[in-house]
Ligand binder design. Structure first.
Ligand SMILES: [Zn+2]
Length: 421
């Protein structure tokens, strides 16, 4: 998903026991001099797990027996509806802020901000660590502001000091650390004295998304990845159980996956002059920034006239309301003047495309829908709920952790009574 090389010079926090220079990118970073407030020490614990690209039907489709058993003991939603565009960074960040992508600023895995003429991408470590790209108040920042400690074993946004706040414990993203070692660390965190113990822990699995892209959602490799997550969650729950601490879990995904049409790839029906236009492509959608505002209408008409079937083209001022991706919602000015959105299962590419993709309209295509499950002492047992939008997870977490929040969000507390005891 993303690879980061962390420059130690860019970290303004004080590192834990070992010297800064001994740190490699795989080592934990600890913000010194933080303690749980006495009042926070009595509050519940939550582990928020994301399995990237874990489609709403994968538990049955790929026979995840442990998750299936857990879902019968706790809450399972029919599906979790991602926000548009149904891609990784925007949706992970929506889950932890309660805001639509256009409202928190991460409008894509790749972005362009015309005000500063800079690009953001998952592989651009400088951008990923720059808090200026991230709006809203992520749940770990909200908790830390109220003197409740948090730990992120990966989550998009967790390495940037958003509002000046980093999680107390976190790791620079790496896919090299073995799962057993990662589970061991979660257990260590939970065995810390109450004043140092994190109440919110985020945990992230990339494997199902990787397999879904490379082999498609129906492939045996994707089934194997689902079963790997199933076994890993089982190990995590067992190891955490041995600490004797009553922990709540939410198991979520950012989006689903669908098998795409690799034969008939979509292309922008015009030559792009980089002097006149910046193109940001997410494969399933494209954002076009036209440098001369007087030429927006003309460019739009040209595309319309030359357009092939299987995608929609909109002026930013005319993007359908349901996407929350038009001019009215563009709080950060990072949505292009013209937006192209592919119909599933078509994909924009000038070369070739992998068998699986996501990013499509999550309200129209059920394959884009993700998984939501929760279980633990604060969670209702044996409960099924209807599908809901991922903007509503934030109030669930703030209620469960008993945190105050008055920041304006898009989600509301409609799921709280249905899911929490
Ligand atoms: Zn993803």
């Amino acid at each position: 998903m993303r690879k980061l090389v962390l420059s130690l010079l860019s970290i303004t926090v004080i590192l834990g026991s070992s010297s800064a220079f001994a740190q490699s990118e795989n080592e934990q970073i600890v913000v010194a001099n933080r303690k749980n407030d006495e009042q926070q020490q009595k509050k519940p614990y939550l582990i928020l797990i994301s399995a990237d690209g874990f489609r709403h039907d994968y538990i049955e489709k790929h026979q995840a027996s442990f998750l299936s058993e857990l879902s019968r003991s706790g809450v399972r939603a029919e599906a979790l509806i991602p926000s548009f565009p149904s891609v990784t960074f925007p949706n992970h960040y929506t889950i932890v802020t309660g805001l639509y992508p256009s409202h928190h600023g991460l409008v894509g895995n790749n972005m362009y901000d015309p005000k500063i003429e800079e690009r953001y991408s998952l592989r651009n470590a400088k951008a990923v660590l720059d808090p200026a790209w991230y709006g809203g108040t992520p749940i770990w920042a909200l908790a830390e502001q109220q003197k409740m400690l948090t730990a992120c074993y990966y989550w998009p946004g967790s390495e940037a000091a958003i509002q000046g706040v980093l999680p107390t414990y976190y790791y620079p993203y790496s896919e090299k650390i073995h799962i057993d070692k990662r589970i061991e660390e979660v257990v260590k965190w939970l065995r810390l004295p109450e004043a140092d113990r994190p109440h919110l822990i985020t945990f992230y699995f990339p494997e199902v998304d990787h397999a879904g892209h490379t082999y498609g959602p129906d492939a045996p490799e994707t089934k194997a990845a689902v079963q790997y997550i199933d076994a890993s969650v089982k190990s995590l729950v067992k190891a955490v159980g041995q600490t004797g601490i009553a922990v709540n879990y939410m198991f979520v995904a950012d989006h689903g996956m669908t098998a795409i049409n690799q034969e008939q790839l979509l292309k922008l029906p015009m030559e792009v002059n980089p002097e006149e236009m910046v193109v940001v492509s997410g494969g399933v959608y494209m954002s076009l920034f036209v440098k001369d505002a007087d030429k927006i209408q003309q460019t739009y008409q040209e595309i319309l006239a030359a357009k092939a079937p299987h995608y929609q083209v909109y002026l930013k001022t005319e993007v359908p309301e349901k996407y929350h991706f038009g001019a009215k919602d563009d709080y950060f000015g990072r949505i292009g003047d013209i937006v192209l959105i592919a119909d599933s299962p078509y994909y924009f590419s000038n070369h070739k495309a992998s068998p699986g993709a996501h990013g499509y309209d999550p309200y129209q295509y059920p394959d884009m829908n993700a998984t939501f499950m929760a279980w633990g002492p604060q969670i209702k047992p044996n409960t099924r709920v209807e599908k809901f939008e991922n903007i509503h997870i934030y109030p669930l977490m703030t209620t469960l952790l008993d945190l105050n929040h008055n920041n304006k969000i898009d989600g509301d507390d409609r799921m709280v009574k249905q899911i929490l005891k």
